[in-house]
Design a binder for this molecule. Structure first.
Ligand SMILES: [Zn+2]
Ligand SMILES: [Zn+2]
Length: 389
């Protein structure tokens, strides 16, 4: 691997930071210690530092030369509300909170890159190091944007990175276009008329309507969407009734959808509402449907994806970059930033025999060997995107 000398020299510094953050995890929008630590390190590098953006977000800005181009590099800071299963000396000291997605590593490698870049200053323009809160389902990216992120720190391009244990250490994976799915939730209330279960003819039974609707929702993907498009509609909760002999008034069902195009999101929503209302109406019941898009589709810009893949290939070798990585059905809130600013989100391989656990598994631990690879990637990306004249 062709690693940056600056990043290599910072390996133990980054590892120390990573393990300290790992020991002190904080969940979304509560990353106060983490944000203070990030701000302190950025300030020590001589950067302009802004804190409290979108809650606990931090931005450090580094300028060099006379160029007016700007680039944003983003890391996420939150841990997960889950219990770690580890006997590592740096295991989480907070029960039920754990850096199970490797955001501790994302912070450390972006700080490492910030230090390497602030020492070499081999670029022309401005770099905004963006540390966002609450990636895990709470929408920290949008919170920063609604707090004026891109007005205060305008970016011509923006980039994100996630460690990926399913790809071996020393590899990268990326794809142009849709790379991660949109995530929407739905809540459907079916209202009937309850009564004695021995006299069902005097009721309008919402349980029967709910059973029909669940079956019907399962054919939206297979019969409404183009079969070459991937999508998911899952009913994950079903609530109703309180006794053996009472037909309830109400049955509530909830679940989530995933899709890779806005059009398919609209089709799924419209079809879900139509089927809920028609299925309920068939038995005289009514249905109320609430659908919320939580995370949008992550779309990598074509030109930026080529740039990122080339930079990754220069580090790990052409054969170790998967340039057409299959789209991932999970979601990522960096997608909102990419909707406003062109850029690219890349997966960095982090798997080896000691780090085979996937993220969100209680046995997961960020692979510290990946810190230098990630910091090198960030440094080379800045040097290429803001090349000196
Ligand atoms: Zn995660
Ligand atoms: Zn993550």
């Amino acid at each position: 691997m062709d690693l940056s000398a600056e990043a290599v020299s910072l390996q133990s510094w980054m590892t120390g930071i990573r393990r300290d953050i790992h020991r002190h995890p904080e969940i979304g929008f509560q990353e106060r210690r983490t944000a203070d630590l990030v701000a302190k390190h950025l300030a020590a590098m001589g950067m302009e530092v802004a804190t409290g953006i979108g809650g606990t977000g931090v931005v450090g800005t580094l300028r060099a030369g006379t160029g007016t181009r700007t680039i944003g590099l983003r890391a996420d800071m939150d841990a997960l509300p889950m219990q770690e299963s580890s006997d590592k000396p740096y295991q989480s000291i907070h029960g039920g909170i754990f850096h199970g997605c490797g955001h501790d590593g994302h912070i450390a490698m972006l700080l490492g890159a910030a230090r390497a870049i602030s020492e070499s200053r081999d670029f022309d323009g401005a770099v905004h190091f963006i540390f966002q809160p609450a990636e895990e389902g709470l929408g920290g990216a949008l919170a920063m944007m609604q707090d004026g992120l891109f007005q205060r720190f305008p970016c011509d391009m923006i980039y994100g990175l996630h460690n990926w244990p399913h790809l071996p250490l020393g590899t990268f994976g990326v794809r142009p276009g849709p790379m991660m799915a949109a995530f929407s939730t739905f809540d459907i209330n079916i209202k009937g008329i309850g009564g004695h279960a021995a006299m069902p003819h005097t009721t309008i039974d919402p349980v029967i309507a709910a059973a029909s609707l669940i079956q019907s929702l399962q054919s939206i993907v297979s019969r409404v969407l183009d079969p070459v498009d991937a999508a998911v509609v899952s009913v994950t909760q079903l609530h109703g009734g309180s006794a053996y002999n009472i037909i309830p008034d109400l049955v509530a069902l909830s679940g989530c959808c995933r899709y890779f195009s806005d059009l398919n999101g609209q089709k799924i929503s419209a079809e879900m509402i139509r089927r809920a209302q028609m299925t309920a109406a068939a038995s005289g019941a009514t249905a109320e449907v609430a659908i919320k898009e939580i995370y949008t589709i992550l779309l990598n810009e074509e030109e930026e994806t080529v740039r990122c893949a080339d930079i990754a290939a220069a580090i790990v070798g052409e054969a170790h970059v998967v340039k057409d990585h299959p789209p991932i059905m999970a979601s990522e809130d960096f997608a909102f930033m990419l909707r406003e600013v062109p850029g690219c989100y890349i997966l960095m391989g982090a798997g080896d025999p000691d780090h085979a656990c996937m993220v969100h598994n209680p046995g997961y631990d960020f692979n510290d060997e990946a810190l230098v690879v990630g910091a090198t990637y960030w440094q080379r990306l800045v040097e290429a995107a803001l090349r000196k004249p």
